[in-house]
Write a protein that binds this ligand. Structure first.
Ligand code: FES
Length: 566
């Protein structure tokens, strides 16, 4: 029997040159934890736990994991949880993005190295679900993705507040002098008040929806609020399903394929999802040997309507989406565009799931296919002399008045330069200029932070300017909004055209033509390139060196070159 087919603790024995001794020793040590022989003879379901004191979004995981265990035990397997790296979005420096691949390596290797026949991946905060799916695809053991679930919004002075679109809205008002220091402190305590992930269609909610759309999470579990009893029932069902998969394997490589990735892209567009999800889905697909072409994204975007009315582009919160029918209701509206024969981890095809889903839907939150919020998807890829390998704009979160525009570049050479000068009253900047941030991409030393939402210079903010064209090789939080061009590739730190932009250059943006052009003669660009020097000294050791040596550009999902499937 091949090792991967062995049951429970007999799988993947530590090698002492005597397999019978290895098993006897393992069982003996396992018995020190009080397990009976009967329990130790069962198939094992691992539970990848990404709880951490540095991750507020996962604070309910102990309760969630108890429910997973209940499901596993009820189905006749043995649940064993194990810790992995956790990535709490706002607790990591320079940015959680730098560590997504580290978590993916951890998840993959611990799934492979420890004796389990299936695994439940418990994650939620932005980078955790992509990291878990990347790792699980590479390990290719049967896996069920269990989502943390979104936070609940709070009622505050007659208004609903939720992390983190409202965080940014109030901070912009504070910067413009409309909210006092005392008021912002009170608001600070009312933005994120329950367990769970950010309450809007940010990156975490987008990745949860994608996990369901691609078939790796159980039906209609993506949007269940973290504190809802249904979340615990979803955990129990995920445990039960993983126990079934331990005996009758259905592997991630049978779920994630060209068709299911396209379904996930359709859902990303229809929900007005986060720009970050393009990077993450590209990385997940790359682990299955599937390439996401940004030109293909544009053609899907042109034919996928936006159906969900959630912040940051709309009105509602993720908990409203669940009450309105959930992600399955969105999938059902998209039925004419989806590959319905895709198998899901539940053992049912997408068609079977959608046919069985209750028909009720709240049309205030999930629109009908034939009367969408917008007839086109929320994201577009731009190409041109400033971004030969592409850039991303979330048009659904942008000001359409700025879509066909030429402007003067006001350049910041780094995040430190931005912080030092953006609010300088002497900064030469006008409302119709284009703000350009260089050296914030994957290899910049900042590891592509969510810094693409450049603040409006305070003198313009105070004069009432709410949006400007902003261009960078950084990312943007899924909870942010504005006419913000991101993920410019190749990035400035490797000498891409973005590195060659100077104050006063003209840049042309055309969303209609999908163009981003630097209007500088080629001869002048050649001279600038000849004088260009890399902005960072490569790290000498440790994970930072591994990251810098192997991280790929945004259009390859910022995965490491040696981790993608050949
Ligand atoms: Fe965890 Fe927003 S901080 S999802």
């Amino acid at each position: 029997m091949a090792d991967k087919e062995k049951k429970g603790l007999a799988k993947g024995l530590t090698n002492y040159g005597d397999p019978a001794f290895s098993l006897y020793l393992r069982r003996s040590f396992a018995k020190s934890m009080g397990y009976s022989s009967e329990m130790l003879s069962r198939p094992v379901v691992g539970i990848a736990d990404s709880k951490s004191g540095f991750n507020n979004c996962h604070r309910h995981f102990p309760e969630l994991i108890e429910a997973v265990k209940r499901g596993v035990l009820a189905a006749g397997a043995l649940p064993i949880e194990f810790p992995t790296v956790s990535l709490g979005e706002v607790f990591l420096s320079p940015t959680s993005m730098m560590f997504r691949n580290l978590m993916a390596i951890d998840v993959e290797e611990m799934i492979r190295a420890q004796p389990m026949n299936a695994v439940v991946l418990v994650g939620g905060c932005d980078k955790t679900v992509p990291a878990q799916l990347m790792g699980a695809l590479s390990a290719d053991l049967p896996a069920v993705q269990l989502i943390a679930g979104p936070m609940m919004p709070t009622s505050f002075q007659g208004e609903r507040l939720g992390a983190c679109t409202d965080c940014r809205r109030f901070w912009a008002m504070h910067r413009a002098g409309k909210v006092s220091a005392a008021e912002i402190e009170t608001i600070e305590g009312n933005l994120a008040t329950t367990a769970g992930t950010c309450a809007v269609m940010g990156t975490a909610s987008t990745m949860a929806s994608i996990a369901e759309a691609i078939g790796m999470a159980l039906p209609n579990t993506a949007a269940i609020p973290a504190v809802h009893a249904d979340r615990l029932r979803a955990a129990e069902a995920s445990g039960r399903r993983a126990a079934e998969l331990a005996l009758s394997p259905l592997r991630p490589s049978q779920i994630v394929n060209e068709k299911s990735v396209e379904n996930a892209l359709r859902v990303l567009l229809a929900i007005g999802g986060s720009t970050n999800a393009i990077v993450h889905l590209t990385a997940i697909a790359g682990r299955a040997g599937i390439k996401i072409d940004l030109q293909k994204l544009n053609s899907l975007s042109d034919s996928t309507p936006v159906l969900v009315d959630l912040k940051p582009t709309g009105q509602h919160y993720m908990s409203d989406l669940y009450a309105a029918g959930g992600v399955t209701a969105v999938l059902r509206e998209l039925k004419p565009l989806l590959h319905l024969d895709c198998m899901t981890i539940s053992g049912k095809t997408l068609r079977e799931i959608l046919d069985a889903h209750p028909p009720w839907v709240d049309r205030a939150v999930v629109r009908e296919f034939k009367s969408p919020i917008s007839s086109q998807g929320g994201l577009v890829a731009l190409f041109g002399s400033l971004a030969p390998n592409g850039a991303i704009l979330k048009r659904s979160a942008a000001d359409a008045n700025l879509f066909e525009k030429e402007g003067r570049a006001v350049v910041f050479s780094s995040l430190d330069d931005l912080a030092a000068r953006i609010d300088d009253p002497a900064l030469d900047v006008k409302a119709d200029d284009f703000l350009v941030l260089q050296n914030a991409g994957p290899k910049s030393g900042y590891a592509m932070p969510e810094a693409g939402y450049l603040p409006i210079p305070s003198k313009l903010a105070k004069a009432g300017v709410k949006d400007m064209v902003r261009i960078s090789d950084a990312r943007m939080s899924g909870t942010a909004y504005g006419t913000i061009v991101l993920h410019v590739s190749p990035e400035a730190a490797i000498g891409g055209p973005l590195a060659l932009v100077r104050n006063g250059d003209r840049i042309k943006l055309s969303v209609k033509d999908r163009k981003l052009e630097l209007m500088v003669p080629e001869e002048e660009l050649r001279k600038r390139k000849a004088a260009w020097k890399p902005p960072v000294t490569p790290p000498a050791r440790g994970y930072a060196k591994l990251y810098m040596d192997h991280v790929l550009q945004a259009e390859h999902g910022c995965d490491f070159d040696f981790l993608r499937k050949a």
